[in-house]
Design a protein around this ligand. Structure first.
Ligand code: LLP
Length: 424
C-alpha cells in the first residue's frame, strides 16, 4: 500500500502532483508520503497488538529527523547502530527507554553516550563487547541492561549482502557461546542480561525464516529457564520484505498470524525493529531525463540521479520500478528497452539495466519507486555531487525536510595546509 497514484496521467503523492514538486524543488528529489510512512507503522502495530510490542523503527533505513519525529510522535521507539543515530533519536524526541542499540563495533565513546542517556538496552554482539560495556558501566558507576544477539544460523533467503543470521556472518553470537555467557552472567556485575535479540536479514518475503529463528530461540529460552535464568525481552529484529517488483511478501497480518503464537508462548515482552517495511514504499526518488543516447548495442536514458543518490541497484543489483511522472499508468503506454543510468563516472552507475521502460523524452521526469528505505540514508557525495533535497507530503501540503546540499556543504570540513597556500 502506498500513496503514490496516477490521476489523469499524472503521478500524485497524496494530494500533490509530483511534477510540480520536481519543478519547485529541483531534481534529484526524494519525495515521501506521511500517510504511507505512518500507515505502515500503525498497520504493524495493529497486527501485533496481541503481544503489544515496542516497535523500534530502524533508523538506518531512513534517518531524516522529520520522519523519525513522525514515528516517535505515534509512540515508536528507535533501533540505533551508532552514536550519530543516538543523537538523531534524541533530536527526534525519542524517550531513552524506547531506544535499543545494536552494532558489532560500538566504540567506548558510543557506549558511554548511550549509558549516559539511559537507553532501554544494548544488543550485544560478542563476549568482548559485553566485557567492555561492563567495564565502562562500572567506571561510570551505573548498571545497564543488555540483550544477547543470537546468531541462529538460519537461511533468510535474501540477497547475500543483507543476510545476517548465518553462522558465517559477523553478527550475533552462536547458541553455544551465548549459553556459556549466560551461565557466567554474574561475572559482569554492572550489566544485567535481560533478553535475547535476533535479526536474520533484510527484505525477507516469507514468514518461514522468521519462524525457524524464533523456534530456535524459544527452545534456547526454555533451556535457560531450566537453569533458573529468566529473561524479560525478546527482540525479533526487522527484516520484513516489501514489494519492489513481483515479490509477494506476506502482509503485516499474515506475518503476525504465523509468528504471534510463538511470541506469546515465550511470555516475554516483544520488541520489533522494522526499517524497510515502514519507510521503503513511503518514498520515491524523482529524476529528470538529461539525454537519450542510442548506441549500436543499446539505448541509454541518462538521468540526473545516480548511484550516489540511490546505490541499491549498483550494490545489490536491486530492482526499483521506474515510471514517468507524466504518462499512462503503469504498463499502459509505449515502452522501449533501455538502461536508465546516472551521470556518475562508473559503468555500475545504473538505476535499471536492460529494462522495458516507458518512452520518455529529454526534459521529462521519472520516479524511482521504493526509494524510501536505504535510499537517502546510503547516499554519498561521490563525484562531488550535492546530496538531493528531501520533501514530505502530508495531504495537500509539502514540507522541505532536508535542503539540497550546496557547494559549501561539500567542502565544509576540508582544510588546505598553510604550506600549500599562496600563488606558487
Ligand atoms: N535491526 C537490525 C539489527 C538491523 O541490522 C537492521 C538492518 C534492521 C533491524 C532493519 O531491517 P529492515 O526491517 O529494514 O529489513 N542496505 C540494505 C539493507 C541493510 C539492512 C541492514 N540492517 C538494502 O538496501 O537492502
Amino acid at each position: 500500500m502506498h500513496e503514490f497514484k496516477y490521476k489523469d496521467n499524472q503521478l500524485y503523492c497524496e494530494g500533490l502532483k509530483v511534477e510540480n514538486l520536481a519543478q519547485t524543488f529541483g531534481t534529484p528529489l526524494y519525495v515521501y508520503s506521511y500517510e504511507t510512512l505512518t500507515g505502515h507503522y500503525l498497520r504493524l502495530k495493529e497486527a501485533f497488538q496481541g503481544v503489544n510490542p515496542l516497535i523500534c523503527y530502524s533508523v538506518k533505513a531512513n534517518s531524516n529527523l522529520a520522519l523519525l519525529k513522525a514515528l516517535v510522535k505515534l509512540g515508536a521507539g528507535l533501533d540505533i547502530v551508532s552514536g550519530g543515530e543516538l543523537e538523531r533519536a534524541h533530536r527526534a524526541g525519542c524517550p531513552s527507554r524506547k531506544i535499543v542499540y545494536a552494532s558489532v563495533g560500538k566504540t567506548d565513546q558510543e557506549i558511554s553516550a548511550a549509558l549516559t542517556s539511559g537507553i532501554l538496552f544494548f544488543n550485544v554482539e560478542s563476549l568482548a563487547e559485553l566485557a567492555n560495556i561492563n567495564r565502562i558501566a562500572g567506571s561510570k558507576g551505573v548498571n545497564c541492561r543488555v540483550a544477547i544477539r543470537i546468531n541462529p544460523d538460519v537461511e533468510a533467503k535474501t540477497h547475500k549482502f543483507i543476510t545476517t543470521g548465518k553462522i558465517t556472518n559477523k553478527f550475533g553470537i552462536d547458541l553455544n557461546r551465548a549459553y556459556q555467557i549466560l551461565l557466567l552472567r554474574k561475572k559482569f556485575e554492572n550489566v544485567s542480561i535481560c533478553g535475547l535479540h535476533i535479526h536474520i536479514g533484510s527484505q525477507i518475503t516469507t514468514a518461514e525464516p522468521f519462524v525457524g529463528a524464533i523456534k530456535k530461540v524459544t527452545s534456547f529460552i526454555n533451556k535457560l529457564k531450566l537453569k533458573g535464568i529468566i529473561l524479560e525481552y525478546l527482540n525479533i529484529g526487522g527484516g520484513l520484505g516489501i514489494i519492489y517488483d513481483r515479490e509477494t511478501p506476506q502482509t503485516a497480518s499474515k506475518y503476525a498470524q504465523k509468528i504471534l503464537p510463538l511470541l506469546r508462548a515465550t511470555g516475554l515482552k516483544i520488541i520489533m525493529e522494522p526499517g524497510r517495511f515502514i519507510a521503503g514504499n513511503s518514498g520515491i526518488l524523482v529524476a529528470k531525463v538529461l539525454y537519450i543516447k542510442p548506441t549500436p548495442k543499446k539505448k541509454f536514458i541518462i538521468v540526473d540521479a545516480g548511484m550516489n543518490d540511490l546505490v541499491r541497484p549498483a550494490l545489490y543489483g536491486a530492482y526499483h520500478q521506474i515510471l514517468p511522472l507524466k504518462g499512462k499508468a503503469r504498463g499502459k503506454g509505449k515502452e522501449e528497452l533501455a538502461d536508465v543510468v546516472g551521470p556518475i563516472c562508473e559503468s555500475g552507475d545504473f538505476l535499471a539495466k536492460h529494462r522495458l521502460v516507458a518512452k520518455v523524452k529529454e526534459g521529462e521526469y521519472i520516479a524511482v519507486f521504493g526509494a524510501g528505505a536505504y535510499g537517502f540514508s546510503m547516499s554519498s557525495n561521490y563525484n562531488s555531487r550535492m546530496r538531493a533535497a528531501e520533501v514530505l507530503v502530508h495531504k495537500n501540503k509539502v514540507f522541505i525536510i532536508r535542503k539540497r546540499e550546496t557547494f559549501s556543504d561539500l567542502i565544509r570540513n576540508e582544510v588546505i595546509p598553510d604550506f600549500l597556500k599562496g600563488k606558487k
